[in-house]
Design a protein around this ligand. Structure first.
Ligand SMILES: Cc1cc2nc3c(=O)[nH]c(=O)nc-3n(C[C@H](O)[C@H](O)[C@H](O)COP(=O)(O)OP(=O)(O)OC[C@H]3O[C@@H](n4cnc5c(N)ncnc54)[C@H](O)[C@@H]3O)c2cc1C
Length: 428
């Protein structure tokens, strides 16, 4: 008899748990409240332009091995654009510069790239390289201090913090540098940008995020999985420290040997009377369509503005509306707590003012979409980190997964994917 598993929640963590549960030969049911899988990675077609827009631009790195493996199996891996070598162009107030691998591939090349940057003094470069070496040696794994304090203790100048560390902190942790947790920051950099090789490569999707993962539904059904979309988990039935049943909407009740929660923490709280309340951090995304092409790069990082990244969607194969809407940009504002309560028009005006400052050429905005994700990620600060240490399942046959469960990583696609795999590993 195959053991029965019910996976609750079909975001990336649930997808990954289902993928590995199938590999381990479990009898599997996946329950998802929405009409499609994906959770916080999803996309839709904009009706005016026919272009696909995501709930927020997602940037992946080669270190996302668990998630990338799933894409290989559902045959959408070739829909990713993978950089040949690490390259990021920065727009500073009066200049542009590139952080890139120079002369050599991998980490040696990146160190040369840093040494050759004329943005820093020689002493600053040496301090930065020293700090990178400490990260690589995993010296911050147990650190319980704020990132900003650790950077200062390690002689990182204001310019190094402004140009190098702050943009990296926002991009990886979606958390302000003055409260960010050092151990998570150091760990994520150690595993990605400073790991060298494939792990440090930047990756973007050439199709909408929903399209990227939608073949997974077919994969599940072909492999005999019961997929219950549009069904929400309501409560557990408990007997002697074990969950015996899960009750869903539409009067469905299911029994199983194991229940894998891949739900957001606030949803799980209601089911098991947990009191883990994490602070979250918002992200604002703006999709802008212009009549003139004034931005030719694939993407850029922006310093000292609300806008932190600009992605040129036409360069990634998003070409549906190109004829009528030549320039199609996606803008990212992470750690957007200062702007999130403003109205969409106010946010649009702030973004357009900054776009005009960066690109002072004649252009007309033809269409726009602002997407606010209030609870985009959890805040990777010391407070939340402490609370996350208390995540313990109260039931022997309940495993808890989700991007918020891995203490060593921030809220990312890969931390979600790894947590799903880990839950299945524990019972296989
Ligand atoms: C705007 C934005 C930008 C981001 N940028 C990046 C990035 O660049 N790189 C990166 O790696 N990560 C990024 N992230 C983070 C990443 O998307 C998440 O960490 C990851 O998708 C979380 O997956 P998850 O499965 O843990 O949670 P979720 O995706 O939240 O999945 C939970 C699932 O449970 C379902 N559910 C909820 N309640 C119930 C219920 N009662 N019954 C049944 N199902 C239920 C939900 O519908 C959902 O599908 C970003 C997130 C956002 C929002």
């Amino acid at each position: 008899m195959k053991q029965k598993i019910i996976i609750l929640g079909g975001g990336v963590a649930g997808i990954s748990a289902a993928f590995y549960a199938l590999k381990s030969g479990f009898d599997l049911t996946l329950v998802e409240a929405n009409s499609s899988l994906g959770g916080r990675i999803n996309s839709r077609i904009d009706s005016k332009t026919n272009d696909s827009i995501d709930n927020g631009q997602h940037l992946l790195v080669g270190a996302y091995s668990v998630f990338l493996d799933i894409l290989k199996n559902i045959k959408t891996y070739d829909k990713l654009k993978i950089q040949n070598s690490f390259f990021v162009k920065y727009l500073d107030s009066n200049s542009t510069f590139n952080l890139e691998e120079k002369y050599f591939k991998g980490q040696v090349g990146l160190l040369f790239g840093l040494l050759l940057l004329n943005k820093f003094t020689f002493n600053e470069k040496i301090s930065a390289i020293n700090f990178i070496l400490k990260i690589k040696l995993n010296l911050f794994a147990k650190n319980k201090e704020k990132l900003i304090d650790v950077l200062k203790k390690n002689n990182q100048s204001n310019e190094l913090i402004r140009i190098l560390w702050e943009p990296m902190c926002l991009a990886t942790l979606n958390t302000p540098i003055n409260i960010a947790d050092t151990s998570i920051f150091a760990n994520v950099l150690r595993q990605s940008f400073f790991a060298g090789g494939f792990a440090s490569k930047l990756i973007l999707s050439k199709i909408g995020l929903s399209e990227l993962i939608s073949p997974f539904e077919k994969y599940l059904i072909e492999n005999g999985v019961r997929l219950l979309k549009n069904h929400s988990v309501k409560e557990f039935e408990i007997n002697d420290k074990k969950i015996t049943k899960v009750k869903l909407t539409k009067n469905i009740e299911l029994e199983a040997d194991y229940f894998i929660s891949c739900l957001p923490y606030n949803r799980l709280n209601k089911l098991i009377e947990n009191d883990i309340e994490l602070d979250s951090s918002p992200i604002i995304s703006a999709y802008l369509w212009f009549d003139e092409v004034f931005f030719e790069d694939e993407f850029v990082a922006v310093l000292d503005k609300n806008i932190q990244w600009i992605f040129n969607k036409r360069k990634f194969g998003f070409n549906e509306g190109e004829k009528e809407f030549p320039q199609f940009l996606s803008i990212v504002i992470s750690d957007a707590s200062k702007l999130i309560e403003l109205g969409n028009e106010e946010i649009l005006n702030i973004i357009l003012k900054e776009i005009d400052e960066l690109f002072p050429v004649k252009k007309n905005l033809l269409h726009h979409k602002i997407i606010k994700e209030k609870n985009a990620t959890f805040l990777a600060d010391l407070n939340n980190q402490k609370k996350r240490e208390n995540i313990i399942s109260p039931f022997d046959n309940l495993l808890i997964a989700g991007d918020w469960t891995d203490l060593t990583l921030p809220s990312t696609i890969e931390s979600a994917a790894r947590s799903g795999k880990l839950a299945i590993d524990k019972i296989s």
